[in-house]
Each structure stands twice: as C-alpha cells, then as structure tokens.
Design a protein around this ligand. Structure first.
Ligand code: IMP
Length: 423
C-alpha cells in the first residue's frame, strides 16, 4: 500500500497530468487537492487528446474514483462544461466525487480578477483570469460560498446576499463596475447546481475509509511549487498551496497517510504570467524550446516563457515538498541542441547564492551560474531503457540527480502514456 503525491517542482506545466495518468494505473483513487480551472492538464490516450482543468486525470480510467477535495475552488459553469465534454466522448462520470466543503467561484470573483489585474497595470500578476485569487480571498475572509451552500437554496441566497453587500461596494466604488443581483446569479447557476448535486459528498470521509481499506490514493497536484502562496515567488504566485503540505488541508487526510512525494520536473524550465525568471532565454534558444516543446498554456493559450533548468529552484522544491523522487519530463525536447546549460547557483553582486532566496527580483540581479553540457542528436522518443539513452543524455540526467540528491525514477521521452523510461 502506498499513497503518493504528484507535485509540480517548478512553475507549473511540468507534465503532471501525464505522470499522474501513468501512475493512476496502479491507484484506486485520484484526488485533486487545490487550485481550480486555472490548471490545465493534457493527457494523451492512444490517438485521443484530453485537456482537463478541474477533473482529475483518473477519470479516464473506468475503475478509479476521481475526487475533488475541499481545497479545490470550483467554477460550476467550467466544471459542468468539462463534465459534459467528457460524457460526450463516452467517459463515465459514475466515479466522480466532489467535496461539500470546496469553495465556489462566483461571477464576481471572475470580474474582480480581471478588474484588479487591469488596476495593477504594469505590476499585474498575469493571472489566468478564472477568479481563483478572489475566491480564495473570500474563503480566508470568511465570506466564501461552499459547494454545500449550493445545495440549499435558502442558505445560498442568504450567503450570497451577504457576500454581495461587500462585493457590490467594491465593484461600484473601487472599480466603477455594475453591481450584481443575487437572484440573477442563483438563476444562472441553477442548472449547474442540479448537474453537480449527485456528485457532492464528504470526500474526507470517503478518502479516509478508502485508506483504511488499503486502497491506493494518488494526489494530483496542480500549478507548481514556485506558484505556492507560501513557498513560491511571492507575490507572483497563485492563491493556494500546490506544495505537498496542501494535500492534508486540501483533502482532510492526515500527513501519516502519505508515503511518497514525486516532484514532476521539466528538463528545462517554463513559466506563464509575470514574475522573476533568472534562467529565461529571450533568444532563439528560448523560441526553439517553445516551438519544440509546444509551450503554450492549456488554459489561456499564452506562450510560455522558456529557460534553462534551475537547480536552486529544484533543491527548494525537494526540501519544501519532502520529495522522494523526481519524474523528469520533456527530455526529448532537448534533442538537437548542441549545448545544454544547467544553472547551479546565482551570482548576486559578489556573492554566490546556492539556495533559493525569498525574492528573486532585486536591485542587484540574481544572475545564473551555469554548467555547460553537450547535447545529443539521436531521437529518444522510442527508448524505454535508461542505458540505451545517448551518453550525453545519461550524463545530463545523472548530474541533475547528483545536484538535487534524489533519483529521477521516471523519465518521460514523449507525450504518450507509454513514452517513458521507468527505473
Ligand atoms: P491564478 O492562479 O489564475 O491567480 O494566476 C496566478 C499565477 O499562477 C499566474 O502567473 C498564472 O499564470 C499562474 N498559474 C496558475 N495556474 C497555473 C497552471 O496550472 N500552470 C502554470 N501557471 C499557472
């Protein structure tokens, strides 16, 4: 029996969807513990491509339970759209479970996300615009609306009216926007509420019972370590805890129930949205990685910023998540490059900094200190045995393992479910 967390070790988009999907084969339940439809996971099964935002990739297996924990924020419209999209493609939702304590994204959250980004101008975060930050803000400010509230119209109306007492002042006085009416929101959400109702349950109880019965649970991370509200590049972060600690608060499972934490790590580095990125390549090498790696956001379609692998970031991810291993993804994208660089530390003025600092942006820049490695030309997408990889690819992987102190047990060499080396 082993319960595993799959967490992003960088700025999200590391390929967690594929790794969870691969590992889900051996799991009984696949669980999302945080974030919302700001996430976008691409999973390729045979000839079919699925883009999931809220629903765990376990849904693609008929016999697994897919669970949205209480730490997730749910936009009912987006959720229903995703559910119906899957149903249209013949995927059963019989094993889908939604936490009654998950918070609900309301129309005013989406509005406030956009209006606040506009107000910030040049200092905007570059959010996905899905209302994630304002929804978590309401949760913490104790005026949020939870899934259980949707199921009781009287309670929903009372809570919504109270929330609007506050939000309409903000909308009108701060942002010069039109106020919203509770009745109109209830009317618009009604069909979504009815669609969601049968799937809502006490997911903490469900998960703990499953654990007691020796079932295997996979916790599927969204976003990544550097987008964590506490351990990321604050304030250029999301508003939840994608790190491993978020699993306990986001699912109602205790820390003693978790055995392994897998950090999904791209063989290079990408980021969407604003914020510091010391190894960013604003040149043709960056474009090469973007084109070859199809580095465009699943959720927003935005081009991702690309750069070299950053070891201080990975060491930080190993530490704050308690990673036991990494899954190295997209190594095939590096094929064809003459030279591959790895940032092992930063030069900050006269100082060499080996650990991730509280702020990467500073008047004295953090300049990457690189090691240079030779690339390889051979196509590696059909290789399934580590020893058969080109010598330079093996050297690159072994050096990463040495620098971060944990093994790369999965090496993904292409987008398909089977395109991986398992060690
Ligand atoms: P928000 O989560 O929409 O508030 O966006 C905050 C920051 O997190 C922005 O830089 C987004 O681009 C980034 N972000 C949010 N979700 C993801 C994700 O799933 N992958 C990559 N970046 C993300």
């Amino acid at each position: 029996m082993s319960n595993k967390i799959v967490v992003g070790a960088q700025w999200g988009d590391e390929g967690k969807g594929k790794i969870t999907d691969m590992l889900a084969e051996t799991a009984d339940l696949v669980v999302r513990y945080g974030g919302g439809n700001n996430a976008g996971h691409t999973v390729i099964v045979g000839e079919e491509k699925f883009e999931l935002h809220l629903i765990p990739s376990g849904i693609l297996y008929e016999d697994k339970k897919s669970v949205l924990g209480g730490g997730v924020v749910i936009d009912p419209e987006a959720m229903v759209e995703e559910m119906e999209g899957l149903e249209e493609r013949g995927i059963s939702l019989a094993n889908l479970y939604i936490s009654e304590t998950a918070h609900v994204i309301m129309p005013y959250h989406r509005m406030l996300d956009a209006l606040e980004e506009e107000r910030k101008g040049d200092s905007k975060i570059g959010t996905t615009g899905k209302g994630i930050g304002p929804c978590y803000t309401d949760k913490t400010a104790r005026r949020g609306i939870r899934i259980a509230d949707l199921l009781d119209e009287g309670r929903l109306r009372a809570k919504l009216e109270k929330a609007l007492d506050y939000h309409n002042v903000l909308l009108e006085k701060v942002y010069n926007a039109e106020p919203l009416k509770a009745e109109e929101i209830i009317k618009a959400y009604q069909p979504y509420i009815e669609k969601l109702r049968p799937y809502v349950t006490n997911t903490s109880l469900l998960l703990n019972e499953a654990h007691k019965n020796n079932q295997k649970i996979f916790f599927e991370g969204a976003q990544g370590t550097l987008l964590d509200i506490d351990y990321g590049t604050y304030p250029f972060v999301t508003s939840s805890n994608p790190t491993a600690g978020g699993v306990c608060t986001g699912t109602g499972m205790g820390p003693t129930t978790i055995d392994d934490v897998i950090g999904v790590t791209k063989a290079y580095l990408t980021r969407v949205g604003a914020g510091p990125f010391p190894t960013e390549l604003e040149n043709e090498q960056g474009e090469y990685l973007r084109d070859k790696g199809h580095e465009f956001g699943v959720t927003t379609g935005r081009p991702r910023r690309c750069g070299w692998l950053d070891i201080p970031i990975l060491k930080h991810a190993v530490r704050v998540n308690g990673l036991t291993e990494i899954a190295l993804t997209k190594i095939d994208v590096l094929t064809g490059l003459d030279e591959i660089k790895v940032c092992t530390a930063y030069k900050h003025g006269e100082e060499i900094v080996e650990e991730f600092p509280p702020y990467l942006e500073s008047e004295i820049p953090y300049e990457p200190v690189y090691e240079n490695w030779h690339g390889w030309e051979e196509d590696i997408t059909e290789i399934r045995d580590f020893e058969k990889l080109p010598e330079n690819a093996k050297k690159y992987i072994k050096r990463i393992e040495e620098l971060i102190g944990i093994p790369a047990k999965i090496i993904s060499v292409g987008p398909g479910r089977k395109q991986a080396i398992i060690r």
